[in-house]
Write a protein that binds this ligand. Structure first.
Ligand code: PLP
Length: 761
């Protein structure tokens, strides 16, 4: 995709992993090409390899002050964690077997609630494998992420092992290890204590011999060494059982031919950390200054930003924040477009959308759901920080331009909004229709989570809402209507759903119905009870002809994509729904776009024709094949299978649709280039949001149709269903979803770019 502008990458995700430092990469390369010997070989090549290995070990021992303790090379911290936990539990087992506690008390193992998942998972795994009956207990943390010492004092006496971390990977929060040691040892002098030091290396000073820490795992790839090398410290007096047996390497403590290239890289890193001059690493004071500069820029760009970590309690290299009314996915997409790499939620798993670390700290749910982590390493330079800050400013300007945040100074080049906008929070939708000529807007089903965004949008676009309406009294969430209506429509008299009393009467589908005007359009209210007794459908119609012609039908929860609204609420009536469905059938054309208030399966919109092809119940009703009584029976049966909760959302309709991914043609970069060369009709559509699009737009840009505007695009191109459009986004996931939605609506030649822009450069 050559016409996609690429900026140099700013990497701010060092707590996930780091690039290999050039000096370390050269050393690793030399260890592969010249110093490639097996340290166990007794010839000169082997001896040289062994010498490099032992020099690396000595440097690590000096750096960490290991004293008489052992230092064993591993494949990474996860292995170090296994080795430590396995060793401690094997040593503890005889005690548990020989001296069980009383019937109402059992042994336990303790770990910090914000620990990396490798800790509790390994504890559970080895307790089960070793058949040790011990409870796995999380030690709570306070709002700063500091361990509850009182809790440790209460539980440590019966604990076989305690696992804590020196520095947290999501927040950078450090524990006072000296104080922790006092608490632990006072409560239980013989408990095995492991400290995960992965995120502490190079960021805090460690002198392990002066502590009673029994095990301390480390990882190379978090500090500019390659993946696949780590090391673990074992206190002189701590029990040890080899985790990997075999050829007897590492004095029999960890078998397997050593990873010499990894060690050679670590050797360079240790040397840099030990040097006071000529190191690529900045000192702590400088790192603090870097963080402050980034924090100041973030605060200028996002004035409502909330920082999730206390800088006083965290190492200088981590910033964790959330921006109200932005999901972490949105910020990630924005920063990725500005070519700034950050991470979201629980950074170790891209699927998890909230942070268990921030949850454990008791932060509000939205902060955990919207969390973004920026982290850098000690090799960060002033130039990198300056570029990062310039890029953050670019990203925020792009947001301002697309009216996602309000500028302090009025922005002149903002994109004028015209037509339909679909906003969502989770699987619920808010619809906005803007008429740029009259500067009027209509808001349907405003979600409380979107209040701020709607407010910003209205102000930025200088739009006046003519009405803010709910399609029904929502059972699953509080409406955001009242707050917005109080702000914008304080003078307007309306009913409970926000329908203005000042409406007029028009003829529509053979009935006299209430209507209001929006520019040249009319919004007509059609009562469609069933899901709730107050349910209405709102028809946005053009009035050029004799009869109003419906552009969009906002049917709330009456007809949802792949389902019908549930009718088992107190104010529901399946008889009324039966009649409302028939009414909608008389009112709507087969291809009128139905805009529902939920979208559980990312389908954006639907039509009666699409629903008839897959919703057998609806089809039976609309084709008069089912009596009202039989409908009521079948609907009750369907609703009885409804999950009341999916995650935090109450399902408002049973989904019966399915999506066939194989129907969507997928291109990679080269097959797409060929298709474009061979067929002039193939057109690429960039479906990222406008702020992502402007950040990477080239001189010859692809058309931009953001997902929030997809329904409008579908409406405007209903007569071009044979166009070979290729949808493209950042990673290929949004484009696949949009292509499926359009395919379902009859766009037969829709396709997408697999892997998105990310894989096409
Ligand atoms: N512990 C912490 C705190 C970490 O951040 C990580 C890495 O994500 C690990 C353990 C696991 O390290 P490795 O990738 O070397 O197995």
């Amino acid at each position: 995709m050559s016409n996609h502008k690429e900026l140099t990458q700013i990497y701010l995700d060092a707590n996930a992993t780091t690039p290999v430092l050039p000096e370390a990469a050269s050393a690793a390369m030399a260890a592969m090409q010249t110093l490639f010997g097996n340290p166990s070989s007794s010839h000169i090549t082997g001896l040289k390899a062994k010498d490099l290995m032992e020099q690396t070990r000595r440097r690590a021992q000096t750096l960490l002050g290991t004293g008489k303790g052992k230092l064993i090379f591993t494949s990474g911290a996860t292995e170090g964690i296994q080795t430590s936990i396995l060793s401690a539990l094997i040593a503890a087992k005889p005690l548990v077997d020989a001296a069980p506690l009383s019937a109402d008390k059992s042994y336990c193992v303790l770990y910090g609630a914000t620990e990396h998942k490798a800790i509790p998972e390994s504890l559970k795994h080895w307790l089960s494998v070793l058949d040790i009956k011990a409870e796995v207990i999380a030690i709570p943390v306070d709002e700063y992420g500091i361990l509850d010492h009182e809790f440790i004092s209460q539980h440590a006496a019966n604990a076989l092992m305690i696992c804590t971390m020196a520095v947290n990977n999501e927040t950078g929060v450090f524990q006072d290890l000296q104080l922790l040691e006092q608490t632990i040892r006072t409560a239980n002098p013989s408990i095995f204590w492991m400290v995960d030091c992965v995120q502490a290396l190079g960021k805090t000073q460690l002198d392990l011999q002066t502590t009673t820490i029994d095990y301390a795992p480390f990882s190379g790839h978090k500090l500019y060494a390659p993946k696949g090398i780590g090391f673990v410290y074992i206190r002189d007096s701590a029990p040890f059982t080899p985790f990997i047996a075999g050829g007897g390497q590492e004095s029999g403590l960890r078998s397997g031919t050593e990873n010499l290239p990894g060690m050679a890289a670590l050797n360079v890193i240790f040397d840099m950390l030990l040097r006071s001059e000529g190191s690529a690493f900045s000192n702590t004071q400088t790192l603090h200054r870097f963080r402050q500069q980034i924090v100041t820029t973030l605060t200028e760009c996002f004035p409502r930003i909330v920082f999730n970590n206390s800088f006083e309690h965290s190492v200088a290299t981590t910033i964790n924040f959330a921006v109200p009314s932005f999901s972490s996915k949105e910020i990630m997409d924005l920063f990725d477009a500005a070519n700034i790499r950050v991470s979201s939620g629980s950074a170790c798993s891209s699927k998890v959308t909230r942070s268990f670390v921030l949850d454990a700290m008791g932060l509000p749910a939205w902060q955990s759901e919207s969390a973004i982590r920026m982290s850098f390493g000690p090799a960060m330079t002033q130039a990198d920080v300056d570029t990062a800050c310039a890029r953050i400013k670019m990203a925020s300007q792009a947001l301002t331009q697309s009216c996602m945040v309000l500028a302090h100074n009025k922005i002149s080049d903002k994109t004028q909004l015209e037509g339909l906008l679909q906003l969502r929070s989770g699987a619920s939708c808010t619809w906005v229709y803007a008429d740029s000529k009259s500067k009027q807007a209509l808001i349907i089903d405003p979600l409380p989570e979107l209040q701020q965004r709607l407010d910003t949008l209205l102000q930025c676009q200088q739009l006046t809402p003519i009405a803010i309406i709910d399609t029904h009294g929502h059972a699953d969430h509080v409406s955001g209507r009242e707050v917005l209506a109080n702000r914008y429509l304080a003078e307007q008299d309306s009913d409970m759903l926000g329908w203005p009393y000042s409406s007029k009467t028009v003829s529509y589908a053979g009935a006299e119905l209430e209507a209001i005007s929006l520019g040249d359009l009319q919004l007509i209210k059609v009562p469609t009870p069933g899901h709730t007794s107050d349910s209405i459908s709102l028809m946005l119609c053009s009035t050029n002809g004799e009869q109003p012609s419906t552009k969009y039908a906002f049917c709330g929860d009456t007809i949802l994509m792949g389902s019908l609204g549930r009718t088992n609420f107190d104010s529901s009536s399946s008889v009324a729904l039966f009649n409302s469905l028939k009414l909608l059938n008389r009112t709507l054309k087969a291809d009128t776009l139905i805009c529902a208030s939920h979208d559980y399966n990312n389908e954006f919109t639907t039509t009666l024709a699409t629903e008839l092809s897959r919703n057998t119940l609806l089809k039976a009703v609309l084709q008069d094949q089912l009596s009202q009584t039989d409908f009521v029976k079948r609907k009750a049966e369907l609703d009885s299978h409804l999950n009341d909760q999916t995650g935090s959302e109450i399902m408002c309709g049973a989904y019966i649709g399915s999506c066939d991914k194989s129907a969507i043609l997928e291109y990679d970069a080269s097959s797409l280039a060929k298709a474009i060369a061979n067929n002039a009709g193939v057109k690429v559509i960039d479906i990222r949001e406008p702020h992502e699009y402007v950040l990477t737009r080239s001189k010859d840009p692809n058309q931009n149709v953001p997902l929030t505007r997809l329904v409008q695009f579908i409406h405007d191109h209903q007569d071009q269903k044979d166009q070979p459009w290729v949808l493209v986004c950042r990673s290929g996931s949004r484009s696949m979803v949009a292509a499926q939605a359009m395919h379902r609506l009859g766009f037969a030649k829709i396709s997408h770019l697999k892997g998105g822009y990310a894989l096409s450069h």
